[in-house]
Design a protein around this ligand. Structure first.
Ligand SMILES: [Zn+2]
Ligand SMILES: [Zn+2]
Length: 371
């Protein structure tokens, strides 16, 4: 079983108005190319992906402060929605779009619970599981004091079968502090320099605590990717192993010492919760000093997670394909994911450990954390 715990075909379809049953060729994929399609249904099928944690994400409004982006946004259906509607309404629209895309694709089916996931897999189909990236959507359009309104939105997402929420993202939100996660050359792009407002002292806010509590209650797996190190620690303490915690698309600090990546304490806490760490398929984050083609850095990251936890049970794949990333040259889209199995085999992993990394661990995290 092959599971990718973080990719964005839903955002790709939403922004560019695409049909995920088709593969759109849009130029080079071995570089940062926001128009590329790396995880459409054709590529997922070709790559043998069985389950995709399909991350719903609405690009933050801060991007629209850039006149150039605002100008081009008008040319795309998704861009017009970003300009005209609030992030929560857009999230629901993206979710509905994705459900329509799945409904008309023969080999794909939405799974809104563990029981549904088992049934989809038993039928030999590919399962799409909703997740959400960016807790700012929970607050969009609500008064600062309206915590019940935010919790009602968590309930709504739980009812729709959302399995996980990535609390922080690229800009400040009222749940948790975020780490810098925009590569330097994009942040300093001369036409539109971006101020990401990183405050490393910011942890989990009172609102964030209430939201995480509700997620634990409603069985939505907390995803600490993008959080500040202090926010991550506060989430581990608050959750206290009641539900698995994941970091869905990250690297490790021993290979690239940035706040976005996990240190040994993070990995041990996630392992203690029964969760998984999804290794991001982006050399820039994994090993900035030696960007290389990528698969080698993916392997070394996995080996580090193994060394820190003494097992393969907390290692997973979280590509972030179609998340405006620069993917590895030697594994640039979902159709190339079988190369990961080859890599693990060549590295001498026992068949049971290989199965765990490729999908077993991610399946277990859902079994233990989701409804
Ligand atoms: Zn992300
Ligand atoms: Zn993402």
């Amino acid at each position: 079983m092959l599971i990718d715990i973080h990719a964005h075909p839903a955002m790709n379809a939403f922004l560019w108005g695409r049909d995920l049953r088709r593969h759109y060729w849009t130029g080079p994929v071995h570089t940062f190319n926001p128009l590329a399609s790396l995880s459409d249904f054709k590529l997922l099928e070709k790559g043998g992906v069985d389950v995709l944690w399909s991350s719903l994400h609405i690009p933050e409004r801060q991007f629209l402060e850039c006149g150039v982006i605002r100008f081009f946004a008008r040319f795309f259906a998704g861009g017009r929605r970003l300009l005209d509607d609030n992030a929560w309404d857009n999230l629901l629209a993206q979710m509905a779009d994705m459900e329509r895309q799945v409904a008309r694709a023969e080999r794909f089916e939405l799974a809104r619970s563990n029981a549904e996931l088992d049934a989809v897999l038993a039928a030999g189909k590919i399962a799409i599981v909703h997740t959400v990236e960016g807790g700012d959507v929970l607050s969009a359009g609500l008064a600062e004091s309206d915590v019940p309104g935010r919790l009602a939105r968590v309930d709504h997402l739980a009812d729709r079968g959302v399995a996980s929420i990535t609390l922080a993202h690229l800009f400040p939100n009222d749940l948790a502090g975020h780490s810098e996660a925009i590569p330097e050359d994009q942040r300093k792009f001369p036409i539109c320099p971006l101020d990401t407002g990183v405050d490393l002292a910011r942890g989990l806010t009172a609102t964030g605590r209430a939201v995480v509590e509700r997620m634990v209650e409603r069985r939505i797996v907390p995803d600490v990717a993008h959080c500040t190190p202090v926010a991550r620690r506060e989430i581990y303490d608050l959750v206290d192993d009641r539900i698995p915690i994941v970091a869905s698309h990250v690297g490790v600090r021993s290979m690239n010492d940035v706040d976005y990546n996990l240190d040994r304490g993070d990995v041990e806490a996630i392992a203690a919760s029964g969760g998984v760490v999804g290794v991001i398929f982006m050399p820039y984050w994994l090993d900035r000093e030696h960007p290389g083609p990528g698969l080698d850095a993916i392997w070394r990251t996995m080996a580090t997670l193994h060394e820190w936890t003494g097992s393969w049970e907390h290692v997973a794949i979280g590509t972030d394909f179609d998340g405006f990333t620069d993917p590895p040259d030697d594994c640039a889209d979902a159709s190339k994911l079988p190369l990961v199995g080859t890599l693990l085999q060549k590295s001498g992993l026992a068949p049971a450990d290989m199965k765990a990394v490729l999908g077993g661990n991610a399946r277990r995290a859902l079994r233990d954390g989701w409804r």
